[in-house]
Write a protein that binds this ligand. Structure first.
Ligand SMILES: [Cu+2]
Length: 167
């Protein structure tokens, strides 16, 4: 009996240790660059911005570098965070910014395409719940030639202009 109780305590200790370790890993990951490789494509640090409670839409930014000799094309984006996930381009003229849906985005050979504030972006239309700082959610990117990859998007503060500012 004493022996069994001792084992139980060891198990409890192990579970607690595991929990602490998981917490540490989560904190250590915040603000760190996340890089993914898909054939010749290098996908760098997908990030998003926190949204106020009522905001219907969110945004995702990411950098895609094509290290290959062939052009590729982003043809589909998907995320469980919203009803629809779309590729948008945008333009700023004076005080007026406008954005519109584009079906696909060219990733030319040997070039880096950056989705960033005031540029092309991925739009989360109809958020299922508000995006909170430090939270992560999945995004699946599908390219015409390289295929699909699911990446982790980290939510930065609402006004962030680059990833890693929220930590
Ligand atoms: Cu948009």
């Amino acid at each position: 009996m004493l022996f069994n109780r001792g084992m139980d305590q060891i198990m409890v200790f192990r579970v607690m240790l595991g929990g602490l370790l998981a917490l540490f890993i989560t904190v250590a990951n915040a603000g760190q660059p996340h890089q993914y490789k898909l054939g010749p494509l290098e996908i760098d640090t997908p990030w998003s911005r926190a949204t106020p409670g009522e905001a219907p839409n969110g945004v995702i930014y990411v950098t895609v570098k094509n290290t290959g000799a062939e052009p590729d094309r982003l043809i589909d984006v998907a995320s469980p965070a919203a009803d629809q996930t779309q590729i948008h381009d945008m333009q700023v003229e004076g005080d007026v910014s406008s954005m519109w849906l584009i079906g696909e985005l060219d990733i030319p050979a040997g070039q880096t395409v950056t989705l960033a504030p005031d540029h092309a972006h991925i739009m989360l239309v109809g958020l299922k719940k508000p995006l909170e700082v430090g939270q992560t959610f999945p995004l699946t990117l599908t390219f015409e030639k390289a295929g699909s990859v699911t990446v982790e998007v980290t939510v930065e503060p609402a006004g962030a202009m680059a990833p890693g500012q929220g930590s």
